[in-house]
Design a protein around this ligand. Sequence first.
Ligand SMILES: Nc1ncnc2c1ncn2[C@@H]1O[C@H](COP(=O)(O)OP(=O)(O)OP(=O)(O)O)[C@@H](O)[C@H]1O
Length: 315
Amino acid sequence: MSSRTQDRRHYAVDLREFSVIPMNAITFAGVSKSYDTVRAVETLDLEIGSGQAVALLGPNGAGKSTSIGMLLGLVRPSGGTVSVFGDTPDAAVRTGKIGAMLQDGELVAGLTVREVVEFVRRLYPEPLPLDEVLSLANLTSLAKRRADRLSGGQAQRVRFALAIAGAPQLLVLDEPTSAMDVESRRSFWASMRAYAAGGRTILFATHYLEEADENADRVIVMARGRIVADGTAEEIKASAGGRTVRFTVGDQPTAGLEALPGVTGIEVRGGSAQLLTTDPDATVQALYASGIQVRDLEVKGADLEEAFLSLTGDN
Ligand SMILES: Nc1ncnc2c1ncn2[C@@H]1O[C@H](COP(=O)(O)OP(=O)(O)OP(=O)(O)O)[C@@H](O)[C@H]1O
């Protein structure tokens, strides 16, 4: 075989491998983190494919920020390895593959919005065009304003602009809308979706369940350092009790409702009862057979809030 044929074969094999094995954007393999006696993250195994928008949802202290810190190379894991597009977090940050918007971060005093964004853009090898960054972050009309004289929501938009300035393939946002009012939040998520539309990967931590529901393809719920659920918002709702059955019960005794088939939770207040159930048909049949006089019966999907509380054990 000539060396030329050998070269060509080698090339063909490489190409095939490249197309068959899609690279994960994020891999956590057996990752844990302890701060002295506090076990912030238990053994975490997680793969996030390229192009997904993923919400990391969980109550205070669940381990979200610690996981994000490890992803960005800011926190060293106590065990396991984190990789980003096959690289270490440090290398991925250095080469501009990750952009991040963290919970705080002062904006440079005395510079305009345009100057701050331009300054950061220039740190990256292949940044987005300045006008595109300003437009994506909804900052075009604020470009000449001083960055240290903005409202909380406007300052968050500048932080978002800085996070996308280097055209990162992975954008990581830690509770990005915590200081925003409803309107700012809506416009922020529109910007985020516009950025994600180019096949980029987004990971964001949030306490707001409706944000996860509306903006993520996949929702990962963490509690006490562990993943307690992982799926679409719909799957998570279904896995945590599925449906609610509501009805008016008046002042009749309600003992025994919790024992009806499928029921995983019950709340009785002001003459109305609400049952969380995995099997609404069986629950309703048994309810009618129980002798309780049921009025205004209604069955609907549990919302993500109920699912979340049930999964994290915070109810
Ligand atoms: N630098 C630190 N030193 C000691 N303990 C820490 C440190 N950072 C976090 N922890 C602890 O680790 C646990 C996980 O915290 P982490 O901030 O990762 O959770 P979180 O889900 O991001 O919470 P929040 O939503 O409140 O930001 C908590 O018990 C927290 O008190």
